[in-house]
Design a protein around this ligand. Structure first.
Ligand SMILES: Cc1cc2nc3c(=O)[nH]c(=O)nc-3n(C[C@H](O)[C@H](O)[C@H](O)COP(=O)(O)OP(=O)(O)OC[C@H]3O[C@@H](n4cnc5c(N)ncnc54)[C@H](O)[C@@H]3O)c2cc1C
Length: 266
C-alpha cells in the first residue's frame, strides 16, 4: 500500500486529495491523509453566510480563461452551480477622494490604450495623466534585473498610477504590498513589454493589434464570463471536495512542524 500525506487543506491540497480519491476509486491501493493546521479546510477560500448575506473572506471568483477550475467544478457535480458576473455592471470603480470613480474605458491590464476616455477621466489629475503618457518617451531600464511592482510602475507611469491603479487593481489580486512584490514573478507580461517595446503603452497597443489579427472566435455566446464563481460562494467548491473524498482522512488542527527522512521513507 502507498501512503500519501498532503500538507495543507487549501484548494491545492483538496484538489490533490480528490485526484487521489479518483485513483482509489479505480482500484489503487493508497492510504491518504490531509493535514491542516487550522480548524478550517479551504485555506484562503473562506465563504461566510449569515443574515442572508454571502461574504467571501478571500477569493471571490476564478478566471475562466484558465480552464482547470471549471473542469474541477464539472467533475465534482457543480456545473449547474457556476455563475458569472453581471453583464450590465462591467465597470470597475476605485474609491478615491471619498467617492467611487470609474476606471476609464480602454485600459488593457491597467495600461491606457484609448486616448479620449483616458484624457477625460476624472480619476487622474492632469499632472498624473501627463506623467503616465511619458511612458511613451522614457527609455527602457537597460537591464533585466528584477524590481518591485511599485518601483516598476513608479518608474514607468508615476506615483499617481501606482496609487490609483496598480495598488487596487494589481496588488489587490495578491492582497499584497506592491513594494515587496517582484514584478517578474507577479506581472511578467509588464516586464516583458518593457524589454520588447521599451514602453508599456506601445506594448499594450501591439498586443491589441495582434489580438485583432487573430482569426475570430467561434460565434455564439460563451456560457462563461471572464470571472466565474459558484452560486453559494467559492466555499461550495471546497465543501464539495471534502464530501467527494470519502476514502481520504482529513485532520484539522494538525500542524506539520517538520518533515524528515527515515530509512524507509519520510
Ligand atoms: C484576499 C485574497 C483574495 C484573493 N482573491 C482571489 C480571487 O478572487 N481569485 C483567485 O483566483 N485567487 C485569489 N486569491 C489567491 C487564492 O486565494 C490563492 O492563490 C489560493 O487560495 C491558494 O490556495 P493554496 O491551496 O495553494 O493555499 P492556501 O489557500 O493558503 O492553503 C494552504 C493551507 O495550508 C495550511 N498550512 C500551512 N502550513 C501548514 C502546516 N505546516 N501544516 C499543516 N497545514 C498548513 C494553511 O492553514 C492553509 O489552509 C486571493 C487571495 C487572497 C489572500
Amino acid at each position: 500500500m502507498k501512503k500519501i500525506i498532503i500538507i495543507g487543506g487549501g484548494i491545492a491540497g483538496l484538489a490533490s486529495a480528490y485526484r487521489i480519491q479518483e485513483e482509489i476509486e479505480k482500484g489503487a491501493d493508497i492510504q491518504c491523509e490531509v493535514l491542516e493546521a487550522s480548524a478550517h479546510f479551504g485555506g484562503k477560500i473562506h465563504t461566510e453566510r449569515f443574515d442572508g448575506f454571502l461574504v467571501e473572506r478571500g477569493p471571490d471568483s476564478f478566471i475562466s480563461q484558465k480552464p482547470w477550475a471549471i473542469q474541477l467544478c464539472k467533475k465534482i457535480g457543480l456545473a449547474d452551480r457556476l455563475t458569472g458576473t453581471n453583464p450590465d455592471q462591467t465597470k470597475t470603480y476605485v474609491y478615491t477622494g471619498k467617492r467611487m470613480v470609474t476606471m476609464p474605458d480602454g485600459l488593457s491590464l491597467m495600461i491606457p490604450t484609448k486616448f479620449l476616455p483616458f484624457a477625460l477621466s476624472p480619476l487622474f489629475s492632469w499632472a498624473g495623466k501627463i506623467r503616465m503618457g511619458m511612458d511613451l518617451f522614457l527609455p527602457g531600464k537597460g537591464d533585466d534585473k528584477d524590481e518591485s511592482l511599485a518601483s516598476f510602475i513608479r518608474r514607468r507611469l508615476g506615483e499617481e498610477a501606482l496609487r490609483k491603479m496598480a495598488e487596487p487593481m494589481l496588488a489587490g489580486i495578491y492582497a499584497s504590498d506592491p513594494e515587496t512584490m517582484s514584478i517578474k514573478s507577479t506581472f511578467p507580461m509588464f516586464f516583458q513589454a518593457e524589454q520588447k517595446y521599451r514602453s508599456l503603452i506601445l506594448g499594450a497597443l501591439a498586443r491589441k493589434r495582434s489580438a485583432g489579427a487573430q482569426p475570430a472566435a467561434p460565434k455564439g455566446p460563451s456560457p462563461f464570463t471572464l470571472f466565474m464563481t459558484l452560486k453559494n460562494g467559492l466555499g461550495e467548491m471546497t465543501e464539495r471536495l471534502l464530501e467527494k473524498c470519502p476514502n481520504i482522512t482529513f485532520r484539522e488542527n494538525t500542524k506539520v512542524r517538520e518533515i524528515s527522512k527515515t530509512e524507509s521513507g519520510w
